[in-house]
Design a protein around this ligand. Sequence first.
Ligand code: HEC
Length: 133
Amino acid sequence: MKIWVTVGALAVVAACAASEMPGPSEGAAIFAENCVSCHGVSATGNGPLANGLSPAPSDLTQIAARNGGVFPRAQTLSVIDGYSKGTHKDRAMPEFGAQMTGEDTVPVEVDGILTPTPRSLAALLAYLESIQG
Ligand code: HEC
């Protein structure tokens, strides 16, 4: 009986640690692997594949500036994930949602509501928020 209590407590601690919002550096690593080809190392939209893409890859350091100084979390998550597909039929940007299904989720505050979000998506969000110019 005592053993079970101990194991249970450890599981709760592990779950708490895993469910914290990841930091920008975790997102930076994912960005380097999946996004710099188009958005560029500095995220300003000048990656090696950007040439000839129409529309051109966005400058991701200006997302908040383009939105009146407020970082639009819901919209940004949906662009990366690909839920906004229906409204962007000719999008040049690939959808990353499919490769994130099955990942552990972390709660991310979106429009005041804690929303379970795949960990790598949450990390990318933290990174993008950290580079707003
Ligand atoms: C194949 C090239 C390509 C890759 C790879 C790519 N993007 Fe994009 N991205 C684009 C293009 C082109 C746009 C602008 C037009 C559009 O929405 O399709 C864009 C737009 C965006 C926007 C919207 C910006 C705004 O102001 O609304 C975000 C956010 C974004 N990308 C994030 C990412 C992230 C994060 C990754 C990596 C997980 C990524 N992109 C990978 C091409 C790409």
